[in-house]
Each structure stands twice: as C-alpha cells, then as structure tokens.
Design a protein around this ligand. Structure first.
Ligand SMILES: CC(C)(COP(=O)(O)OP(=O)(O)OC[C@H]1O[C@@H](n2cnc3c(N)ncnc32)[C@H](O)[C@@H]1OP(=O)(O)O)[C@@H](O)C(=O)NCCC(=O)NCCS
Length: 179
C-alpha cells in the first residue's frame, strides 16, 4: 500500500476526508481515534486546533493525523537547564495536541514523517510568532519512548500515565537539519 505522508503532503482536515476506518490500535490510551472521528473537524473549524492529515495516495481515507495548537508551560515545571535567567513565569510554545498513525501502518516510518512535519510547522510558527518550546502530553510508555527518540524531555507527570514533554526550538531546528 502506497501512502503519501511527506512533509509537503499533509492536508488540512476537511469534510471530504474519510475518517471512518481510522484505528490507532490497542495503545490508543488517549482515545485519539474517537477524537479524530468525533471532534477533530469541529475543533479545527473553531480554530482551537489545526488538524493535518495524511491519506492513502489517491484516496480520501485518513491514515495518520496531527493536531497543533498554541500552548504554554509554567517556568517552575522546567528543569533548570531549560529556564535560563530571565525566563518568564509562563513560557509560550506550540502544543502537539494529537498525533497518531493507523495501526495498519505503524512501524513503517509514518510516525517519523508526522512528528517531523509537526516540528516543521512549529518552527514556522516560531519564526512568525515566537514560542520557545514544542510541548506534548505523551500518554503511555510507548508514546513517551517515541517522543524521547526525538529528543523531547519529560518534565511533569500530569496524572495517570501521561507525561508532559518539551523540545526547545533550537533542538527542534537541529533535528530537521539532519539528513
Ligand atoms: C507512536 C506512533 C505515533 C509511532 O508511529 P509509527 O509510524 O509506528 O513510528 P515510526 O515507524 O515512524 O517510527 C519512527 C521512529 O521512532 C522510533 N519509535 C517508534 N515507536 C517507538 C517507541 N515506542 N519507542 C522508541 N522508539 C520508537 C522508531 O524506531 C523510528 O526510529 P527512526 O526514525 O530512527 O527509524 C504510533 O505508534 C501511534 O500512533 N501510536 C498510538 C497513538 C500514540 O501513542 N500517539 C502518540 C501521541 S500521545
């Protein structure tokens, strides 16, 4: 199955996309599949989250998606190395609010393309509007390991199995420069 999931190929979610079969599998501790089907379009239309999707080439079926929104982090929750002298009490950033790959395509590099695409968009937002960190709430051990692989640092246990993680913009820029 050929899938178009490249940095340039993500599309903004719209009514023509087919979300009915999307299933992220047993590790869906955050209910990402249900959120995509039931809330993603409304959230995007209301301007709360921007949702970008990847589809199977030539078809409307969505196989991966990412949701981005502005976010903030309290300075006190950061380790000292991430809050140099003069850091404000509330630090603006860009939140990866949702990110998932359909279970039929996991382990084939789609998640990689997706997280790098999200980082690319965060860096564009940073260029135009500032924001010091990319933020994600990693739900479950698998998600935490996935984001650690991309140099996110766990900062706070925010309840249940969810860990808030951050990636400073300069580290994000380095990640995208890698071949
Ligand atoms: C986590 C998830 C997005 C990963 O997507 P994927 O398509 O399976 O991942 P990929 O095949 O692209 O792997 C990307 C890279 O991350 C690594 N990786 C993937 N899962 C990993 C894990 N659990 N732990 C450590 N590394 C992991 C891979 O080795 C690969 O490394 P490389 O780029 O150096 O080759 C996907 O499994 C998923 O949607 N899970 C359910 C929802 C979820 O947990 N979302 C996370 C947001 S809370």
């Amino acid at each position: 199955m050929e899938v178009c999931v490249e940095l340039s190929n993500l599309a903004r979610l719209n009514e023509s996309h087919d979300l009915s079969a999307f299933d992220t599998g047993t590790t869906d501790v955050e209910g990402q599949s249900a959120w995509l089907r039931d809330h993603a379009l409304t959230n995007d239309q209301r301007g709360l989250t921007r949702v970008f999707v990847a589809t199977i080439q030539g078809a409307a079926r969505v196989v991966a998606f990412v949701g981005l929104a502005p976010g903030t982090i309290a300075r006190d929750t950061l380790p000292r190395r991430l809050r140099p002298h003069g850091t404000p009490l509330i630090i603006p950033g860009l939140l990866i609010a949702r990110l998932a790959v359909d279970r039929t395509l996991q382990g084939q590099g789609v998640g990689r393309d997706l997280v790098l695409a999200a980082i690319g968009r965060a860096l564009s937002a940073h260029e135009h509007a500032g924001g010091a960190l990319i933020i994600v709430d990693a739900a479950g051990e698998k998600a935490r390991r996935f984001y650690t692989h991309y140099r996110f640092t766990g900062i706070t246990d925010i309840g249940g199995r969810t860990t808030r993680m951050v990636l400073p913009m300069p580290v994000a820029a380095e990640l995208l420069k890698r071949p």
